[in-house]
Ligand binder design. Structure first.
Ligand SMILES: *[C@@H]1O[C@H](CO)[C@@H](O)[C@H](O)[C@H]1NC(C)=O
Ligand SMILES: *[C@@H]1O[C@H](CO)[C@@H](O)[C@H](O)[C@H]1NC(C)=O
Ligand SMILES: *[C@@H]1O[C@H](CO)[C@@H](O)[C@H](O)[C@H]1NC(C)=O
Ligand SMILES: *[C@@H]1O[C@H](CO)[C@@H](O)[C@H](O)[C@H]1NC(C)=O
Length: 360
């Protein structure tokens, strides 16, 4: 009897500490979610506090705006939680290389790199300077709420559901590319899409098949008005209507798949490929044009022994998608014979020259 009571007493003594720990865990989860969302609202807050000394201009407030339909966009959604800022010195060579390749191969287009978080521009960073040595490269930041204004997702952004995401940085990126194309048209590229040739000869309104049953969202192009703009509206509505904070591809590539299946009147993506008639003028590129190397084979970019095979397989590709979020093989030695460095020498020579012995 006494023993049982003692046991119960000990159990009761444990309840309080357990509750305290549970509470602490909940508070941490809650604040960390809010902290990440603060990142994307911080410039508003910092403005209010009078701390705003960014050199990077807001894309909507700057006097020189992206020319509609003639701009290639890259978007960086990383944000350092410590100070709700992004520092341009964080741009790695393997992110800068795709940006340079777009600027190099499309001299008649503008290349706008947008930052979703308040962004510093400290002086003299070799990789950043290499990019800005191109007349058609511009850096801008955006403020989510202002950027979403006058778009189909304006009210939805305010309800905060986006911030319940388990993959906020990625879901924000999925959304911002659609808002960007809705606003300006043109071309959106992920920072791990290397351009091997020009896009200037391809009429706008396209994306690429990633496999037999998926369409990638790492490359999307829309016209700034007419059909392209309507399609942009459909993408945004579909994103918002089907949004699930805990899902991965569901809010990204699957938005394109759902909308294009309806538009092209078929479930079969192979039937959409190179078939603009079927899709009201929208071009779905063949897998080999952009996503020839699937993510499971990413070592092909890094292993010198695979270089010849990799270059052979991509010799007719327009672009190569590198799967940066999966690849953890950086840095490469600058004299490596890997396919990646072979490409870097041709398609991002200035970034390559700005890196030291190691290419990160
Ligand atoms: C940005 O990063 C560089 C290099 O890490 C550092 O020297 C600089 O102070 C940082 N700038 C700001 C404003 O944080
Ligand atoms: C899609 O169409 C292609 C070409 O007609 C055909 O070979 C393939 O079997 C179809 N796929 C499905 C899942 O129906
Ligand atoms: C389309 O891509 C597939 C997969 O990479 C490739 O086998 C096929 O030859 C390509 N077709 C054309 C017409 O390029
Ligand atoms: C790749 O091709 C080059 C030129 O054709 C050749 O010299 C080299 O030995 C090849 N490398 C490998 C690993 O097969």
């Amino acid at each position: 009897m006494l023993l049982a009571w003692k046991k119960f007493g000990r159990g009761r003594r444990l309840i309080l500490p357990c509750l305290a720990v549970l509470l602490l865990v909940l508070v941490i989860i809650y604040t960390s979610q809010n902290l990440s969302s603060l990142c994307y609202q911080s410039s508003k807050i910092l403005n209010r506090l009078g701390f705003n000394q960014n050199i990077v201009e807001d894309v909507l407030l700057s006097r020189s705006k992206p020319p509609p339909g003639r701009t290639i966009f890259f978007i960086e959604t990383s944000c350092h939680r410590a100070d709700f800022q992004y520092n341009l010195s964080s741009i790695k060579a393997h992110q800068a290389c795709p940006i340079e390749s777009a600027a190099l191969h499309n001299p008649n287009m503008q290349v706008f790199v947008l930052f979703a978080c308040s962004t510093h521009h400290a002086k003299s960073m070799p990789i950043v300077d290499a990019l800005l040595s191109y007349k058609n490269v511009q850096f801008r930041e955006l403020t989510l709420e202002r950027y979403a204004q006058d778009t189909p997702v304006a009210d939805w952004i305010k309800n905060g559901k986006l911030f319940s995401s388990r993959f906020l940085m990625y879901h924000l990126s999925d959304l911002l590319r659609l808002i960007t194309l809705y606003r300006f048209g043109g071309v959106y590229l992920d920072m791990d899409v290397l351009s091997l040739r020009t896009l200037e000869d391809v009429p706008l309104n396209y994306a690429g098949a990633e496999s037999l049953d998926s369409i990638g969202n790492s490359v999307i192009s829309l016209e700034p008005n007419g059909f392209g703009h309507q399609l942009g509206e459909l993408f945004l509505q579909n994103f918002q209507k089907n949004y699930i904070g805990s899902a991965w591809a569901h809010n990204g590539p699957m938005v394109l798949v759902r909308v294009l299946r309806e538009l092209c009147g078929t479930q079969n993506i192979t039937l959409m490929v190179n078939n603009r008639e079927r899709c009201y003028g929208f071009q779905v590129f063949n897998v080999s044009d952009i996503y020839e190397i699937p993510w499971r084979q990413w070592t092909l970019f890094f292993e010198p022994k695979h270089a010849n095979l990799t270059l052979e397989r991509t010799k007719d590709s327009r672009m190569v998608h590198m799967w940066n979020h999966l690849v953890r093989k950086w840095p490469l030695k600058i004299d490596s014979k890997a396919a990646y460095l072979h490409w870097a020498a041709q398609h991002c020579p200035r970034v390559l020259a700005a890196t030291g012995e190691l290419f990160y």
